[in-house]
Design a protein around this ligand. Structure first.
Ligand code: 1GP
Length: 242
């Protein structure tokens, strides 16, 4: 089970790298999948805020044929659900006040998810200001938490865990100018023991290392690997062992 593996890695203090694959941008995927097992990410996330093609299922299948790493849906909306993945990050956008993204879409998707037998991992999704509007801040119609307010991020994460959400995801938005700061990550970590994912705007192995040192359990990278797929191995080396 994916969540059990996340908890196990956390207990062993083994930091993990998840690579986010936008189903519309898969030119780099083959290059990543050709790497030896120890240079593959711990899991693949598949999804996007706004997709042009309806090919999530095909991308999931492509990854699953090439390796045995878990493939987890990270859907921008319920139309991206497909049953051939291993799991689903069921995101509740708890930094925002848009009821559709807190519970509305979840109700619409619930019967489909139930039927699919996907492993559901509920996630408190926290959008941090990353210096410029991102696709997720615009499309979600929510206001990100100001980057210099770690106490708001920490209280939000704490509320998410008190509600029973299994993970917290600090998100800067894909291609953000700045990733969530180490100050914010430390403040959140001080409040919660729940697995913590951090992503959005991470571009160097050094940033990856600092983010993990600050308290992230799982690092999520997307855009950087579309341009430089060979950096996956360097990111893995940078975060392990710490
Ligand atoms: C977005 O956190 C992910 O949800 C990845 O962001 O594309 O900036 O790496 P990047």
């Amino acid at each position: 089970m994916i969540y059990e593996e996340i908890l196990k890695a956390k207990k062993q203090q083994r930091k993990q790298l998840f690579v986010l694959v936008d189903p519309d941008k898969t030119g780099h995927l083959e290059n990543i999948l050709q790497q030896p097992e120890h240079e593959l990410p711990d899991a693949f996330l598949v999804g996007g805020t706004l997709l042009e093609e309806n090919n999530t299922q095909a991308v999931v299948e492509f990854i699953k044929k090439a390796c045995r790493k878990p493939v987890i849906l990270f859907p921008g909306n319920p139309s991206q659900l497909c049953s051939n993945a291993d799991g689903l990050l069921l995101l509740s956008l708890i930094s925002g006040r848009n009821p559709e993204l807190l519970i509305g879409q979840h109700v619409l998707a619930a019967p489909l998810i139930h039927k699919s037998k996907l492993e559901v991992i509920s996630v408190g999704y926290i959008l941090m200001d990353s210096g410029k509007p991102t696709a997720v801040s615009y499309m979600s119609n929510t206001v990100p938490i100001p980057a210099d307010k770690p106490q708001i991020a920490a209280a939000t994460a704490l509320a998410g865990t008190q509600l029973g959400l299994k993970c917290i995801y600090l998100e800067g938005g894909s291609g953000g100018q700045q990733h969530p700061s180490t100050e914010v990550i430390k403040a959140v970590r001080a409040f919660i023991d729940t697995p913590l994912l951090v992503g959005g705007g991470i571009t160097t192995p050094e940033q990856a290392r600092n983010i993990c040192k600050a308290g992230a359990d799982i690092l999520v990278g997307g855009t950087i690997f579309e341009h430089e797929p060979n950096l996956v191995a360097e990111f893995i080396r940078a975060i392990r062992p710490l």
